[in-house]
Design a protein. Structure first.
Length: 356
């Protein structure tokens, strides 16, 4: 797309990426938006986890919308500033927007989003953390359908985890046809873990032997599950209806947090060690970054000083910039920015009460 922008002859002979966000040639892939780093309301830092490319983007369009959240592949989910606050999906690389004109964005502070293009129309799904509801729509002209999973917390938590790793389409089909959830459930039982916390957003509690977390993800076309317990990890892949142990992830590294996880090509990022899992351990209001070597089965803390401090619900990086890439990617996994729409409505409601 950069070449297309400067080469008139090539631009004239090729399709315009702004004409269709669903065109797979122009769809963001393996990009993430680093919420920890933004210089203004309209400037964002995007990182490609496969190539190691950093891209600063000035996005003036963000002034016209409320930013609700971002998807694992770098798409923005926005809400109109005027009621009924219809949803839209924004591709920051091409400037194209898909408008869901009949869909009102829920007033939820923390939202995980997934955009799937595996069907005839884009499928937008929003996972609302506080109420355990899924809002999904199968057409840009339809309203949100709601699935309340508060009574099926394990199911909701699994799908939200999968969405946080960008796996909604593939995992949805996999679960429906093979009983993937049952296999993971059986692994949890064999480890004697607290299954109610297995997919929880809460960080693991130090000193509890049965407190573990499960993180579904994709690695080179394979479906992986990383299980984090007290000072141990298990990485498994799903193959032929079974979960098999993984001894190496080659030249890649995994970053996991209680909100999101991702896989990066370690060869493309200085200071990131291959065949390792980077994760955070929480101690009260602070958190440290740890590294676990899959081959040696050894864990070590990245630095003596705490890397994060908790303020309200969020873990924020400590220290002066520039932050290391390990810190930035770890921050991506444990922090989700609040929905601007929900915050605006909360502020507006407080102001109205003050005026009474």
């Amino acid at each position: 797309m950069d070449l297309r922008a400067v080469c008139h002859n090539w631009r004239s002979a090729t399709d315009d990426p702004r004409n269709s966000i669903s065109d797979s040639r122009f769809r963001p892939r393996l990009w993430i938006v680093l919420d920890e780093v933004f210089e203004s309301d309209t400037r964002r830092l995007l990182v490609n986890t496969a190539t190691g490319r950093f891209l600063h983007k000035e996005l003036p369009l963000l002034r016209d919308y409320y930013v609700v959240t971002t998807s694992p592949h770098g798409l923005f989910v926005l809400a109109d500033r005027s009621p009924p606050h219809a949803a839209c999906v924004f591709n920051p690389l091409t400037g194209e927007i898909i408008r869901f004109t009949a869909a009102t964005v829920p007033l939820e502070v923390q939202v995980t989003a997934a955009v799937c293009f595996d069907f005839s129309s884009p499928l937008l799904t929003l996972y609302c953390h506080s109420c355990c509801k899924m809002y999904y729509m199968t057409s840009p002209h339809s309203s949100f359908d709601t699935l309340d999973l508060e009574c099926a917390l394990l199911v909701y938590s699994f799908f939200r985890r999968a969405a946080g790793a960008g796996l909604v389409g593939p995992w949805w089909d996999l679960l429906r046809t093979t009983g993937m959830a049952l296999k993971i459930y059986e692994v949890g039982q064999s480890l004697c873990v607290d299954l109610l916390k297995f997919f929880s957003d809460d960080p693991t509690e130090m000193g509890l032997a049965n407190d573990a977390r499960c993180f579904p993800m994709e690695f080179r076309g394979q479906k992986l599950v990383a299980i984090k317990g007290q000072h141990f990890f298990q990485v498994l892949r799903f193959e032929s209806g079974e979960l098999l142990y993984v001894k190496s992830i080659l030249n890649h590294a995994i970053f996991i947090g209680h909100h999101r996880c991702l896989v990066v090509d370690a060869d493309m990022f200085p200071l990131i060690e291959a065949n390792c899992i980077y994760y955070t351990e929480h101690h009260g209001s602070s958190a440290h970054i740890w590294k676990y070597n899959i081959k040696d089965r050894k864990a070590e803390r990245i630095s003596e000083a705490a890397d994060f401090v908790k303020r309200d619900k969020h873990f924020l990086l400590i220290g002066n910039r520039p932050f290391t890439i390990v810190q930035l990617l770890s921050s991506y996994t444990i922090s989700i920015r609040d929905s601007e729409l929900a915050l605006q409505q909360t502020t507006q409601g407080a102001d109205e009460l003050h005026d009474i």
